[in-house]
Write a protein that binds this ligand. Sequence first.
Ligand code: FAD
Length: 444
Amino acid sequence: MLGAGVAGLVAAYRLTQAGHAVDVYERWPGLGGQAATLDVGEGHLLERYYHHLFSTDRHIAALYDELGMPDELEWLSSSVAYFAQGRQWPFVTPLDLLRFKPLPPLSRVRLGAVVLGIQRGPGDPGPFENVTARAWIERWMGKAAWRALWGPLLRGKFGERADEIAMVWLQNKFRLRRGDDASEEKLGYPKRSWEPLFAELARRIEAGGGRVLIDRPAARLAPGFVVTPGAPGSFRAGLDPRAFETLPDERYDAVLSTLPNDVMDGLVAPGLLPDAYRAQLRGIEYFTALCLLIELDRRFSPYYWTNIGDDALPFVGLIEHTNLMGAERYGGRRFLYVANYLPRDHELLGLDAEEVLERYTPGLRAVNPAFSRDWVKRLWLHREPAAQPIVTVGYRAKIPALKTPVRGLVLANTTQIFPEDRGTNYAVRLGGDAARALLEWLPG
Ligand SMILES: Cc1cc2nc3c(=O)[nH]c(=O)nc-3n(C[C@H](O)[C@H](O)[C@H](O)COP(=O)(O)OP(=O)(O)OC[C@H]3O[C@@H](n4cnc5c(N)ncnc54)[C@H](O)[C@@H]3O)c2cc1C
């Protein structure tokens, strides 16, 4: 198994359940991949990148049950706002939408009706796959809805690629956020962070005779399922496996990789995978997540989640974790994530945490004019290069197959989560699918 993110750990666990001993190679000195945690001090763990679950995330909820950890998940009332025209507008209920002044009154009604139609409709992604979100929204919700709401949101997430994003991406966001209660949204969060889930999966993999090897990346994968491990500390050399110092080879019966497409492409020995499959690996672009986590000495805003709908602000979202999971949980400490998605060559990705904070400060003041550097107690900055696959029109045809052309080699990563878009829930589902695909190839 390559990668100890959610997909890798779940796939390794499923293979263990089927009677196989699985070695898991992980580049980072910790488990969980994009959902990994960091120790923020005083015994508290927080995800490096903000994480919550929707009520529709049934695969991961079922996994918690299956592992005997049903009480880990708490379902908490969420509060969402949209920042536009210099203020945060509450944005959860139909009434919030009716009061959303950045849109003309008739557009609000039209938008509400169209979103409801998608949420309650049959859910077939087909009609939304080959049209851009912009064209579809302008046609069905009106130009004002694109201009005042969806355009800024998609530009925040996809920058200059916003106009190319397929409507299916947004259709699924609408559908997956359809709760039973229109007046309130409940979000799930594991009260001790995501870490206990990873630890339990690792424990079960090891109990089945496998090894979970952190700080031990795969540096090369050669025919005959020969894995060349990278030496400890390889993560300091970056993501490209060709830059790692290596340890002696290990040979396996089969390999399941959960690495991002570009890392996988850099890992495979020449001739292992046909050119057509490698071209597919190169054919999907990712945006990098840049996430500044700020410990504050006070509350920043009344909302858990604020979408930024103003192109002048240099970030896309504010996620005040302690407005979901109360600050009491962290001994009264307060945490705010400032979210951003950027193309890989963006200059912000070269800055350190203090520099990023300095760039963001005018934007933070636009949302809360009282904000000052004195409120900041600590900063952490993380960058995830393979955070967001760019889902353009015709995306389905670009997805690399789970079963690669090499018998015994399976690839399972976020580019294959479609039409739903990546998330830990779908990584759980993908891990199961990938293990099943590999088991079809394994004897017994
Ligand atoms: C900013 C952000 C916010 C998010 N918010 C949410 C949320 O609110 N809710 C939610 O459910 N999901 C959220 N997600 C998405 C979720 O975290 C991912 O979809 C999920 O964790 C992906 O799991 P994975 O195992 O497929 O991939 P990854 O987690 O990317 O796992 C791949 C693993 O491979 C490892 N690796 C890389 N190179 C090598 C190598 N050469 N050898 C061995 N290992 C290697 C990586 O270190 C990593 O651990 C968010 C993601 C981001 C970036």
